[in-house]
Write a protein that binds this ligand. Structure first.
Ligand code: SF4
Ligand code: SF4
Length: 441
């Protein structure tokens, strides 16, 4: 079985982002392979802890993937400040001089694939493009750990998840996929507050969990438990309509949102201050303004760091994206920018200052620790779509007995997607078009 076939059979998807099926990346041909160990979201420590614990497996998977994709340059990108992680990788890097270490600065969003590619190679991913367009594949380090397991025939049925904020035992946990957020929080000792909200993901790009019955997926990176009046929670509450009204009332046109926008700094033609001005003058329907939504990564720098008025161009672009999809607006921004803007060199957002500004400094975890297992729950609800592409098609029915690791849903014929496996042994208690429910035997 080829590496791409093994990775597909194991249902590996990008563990640190939107869940792009990894077998597609592994089947490409590029000159550069980057292992993404940047982990730039404040508070999340998942990748740091995974790297410290599994340096050998990650290095081996990196070598295998490099061979298959034909990469001449292989880079492990880790923040300079993760010295303990670097120390643990040293023996494996010394053993294989083909893998170069790239030490990143501590800024946000250094883990954004497009930013990372520019940092490491100096190349600029075209607007609306992928690293593949400039001959680069980026693999998150936790994904590489799953690739290593796939090489041994082990499917993705566990996920490393940071649990932090107002919980009794913050840390990184190893969770069976499909476990409810409530069970994960219970394993972390429960919340320290009677009333709290949970951010799924990091404080910059995560979203508020509507309820804690929601299951952990292959892409869940963390749960951040916060008081309901915390600014990170509050920023997620206003509706895009309210944001439009605010923009019309108080945007002073200072263009700080544009000057610090990581995608603008890469040379892309996104200018959030112009979008805000268009909202003010009710001209946002103009195709080139609306289509700027295609260029926004939703990184949140504009709302959490740049804007002195507390406005959120990010939310405005979020609403633009909804309209672009619904109205099928063509993307006029597909030209390749010549080069990143010079100002990039002095416009990176320091993560420590960002963490302070988000009022999260008290929740920072130690850089390295031992991930703890979450006990197998009585029941898991495993979503059929945990990845980009078509939902997986169930191959089990209610009443079937399954063992942990059994395939329960297949990639539809000819579609982009990923297999799904049982994360615990038990009986299938329900199947619908969104998930498979398994009850422990
Ligand atoms: S969220 Fe704001 S800062 Fe980030 S890419 Fe979009 S406009 Fe730029
Ligand atoms: S930073 Fe804020 S006030 Fe300044 S242009 Fe952007 S949205 Fe308007």
């Amino acid at each position: 079985m080829s590496l791409a076939e093994a990775v597909k059979a194991a249902g590996v998807v990008g563990a640190g982002g939107a869940g792009f099926p990894t077998h597609v990346k592994v089947a490409s041909r590029v000159d550069t392979l980057i292992a993404n160990g940047a982990e730039c979201e404040p508070i999340l420590a998942t990748d740091q802890w995974v790297m410290a614990r599994h340096a050998g497996e990650i290095s081996e998977a990196l070598r295998e993937v490099a061979q298959v994709v034909g990469a001449r340059r292989v880079v492990l990108a880790v923040k300079h400040k993760y010295q303990e992680v670097i120390r643990r990788f040293r023996p494996f890097l010394d053993h294989d001089p083909r893998i170069a270490l790239f030490e990143l600065g501590d800024f946000y969003p250094s883990g954004d694939e497009q930013v990372l590619v520019n940092e490491v190679t100096g190349r600029v991913v075209p607007e609306g493009g992928l690293p593949l367009d400039v001959g680069v594949v980026v693999q998150n380090v936790s994904t590489l750990l799953n690739v290593h397991r796939a090489m041994a025939g082990t499917p993705v049925i566990r996920k490393h998840v940071t649990v932090a904020g107002e919980v009794r035992r913050p840390g990184v946990y190893v969770v069976p996929v499909g476990t409810s957020a409530a069970d994960v929080l219970a394993a972390a000792g429960g919340a320290t507050l009677p009333d709290f909200r949970v951010v799924d993901g990091g404080p910059m790009m995560g979203f508020l969990l509507p309820d804690t019955d929601r299951p952990v997926t292959k892409t869940t990176s963390g749960y951040l438990v916060l008081p309901p009046d915390h600014p990170v929670v509050q920023r997620r509450l206003p509706s895009p309509k309210a944001e439009h009204r605010l923009a019309m009332a108080v945007c002073c046109g200072c263009r700080m949102c544009t000057d610090l926008c990581p995608r603008y700094l890469l040379g892309h033609r996104i200018e959030p201050h112009k979008a805000m001005r268009a909202v003010q003058s009710r001209t946002e329907d103009s195709a080139h303004v609306l289509a700027m939504g295609y260029l926004c990564s939703l990184c949140g720098v504009c709302e959490a760091y740049a804007c002195p008025m507390g406005l959120s161009p990010r939310r405005v672009f979020e609403s633009f994206k909804v309209r672009l999809g619904a109205e099928k607006v063509p993307n006029p921004y597909r030209a390749r920018p010549a080069e990143a803007r010079e100002a990039r060199a002095w416009s990176r957002v320091p993560k420590a200052r960002l963490t302070e500004r988000l009022q999260l400094a008290r929740y920072v975890l130690p850089p390295v620790g031992e991930p703890l297992p979450v006990p197998e729950p009585w029941e898991v609800r495993i979503p059929l779509r945990q990845h980009i592409g078509a939902p997986a098609r169930p191959v089990v029915r209610s009443g079937d007995r399954v063992a942990a690791g059994d395939c329960i849903a297949e990639v539809p014929e000819g579609a982009l997607g990923a297999r799904v496996h049982a994360s615990i042994s038990g009986v299938v208690a329900g199947v619908d078009d969104r998930s498979v429910r398994i009850v422990r035997r």
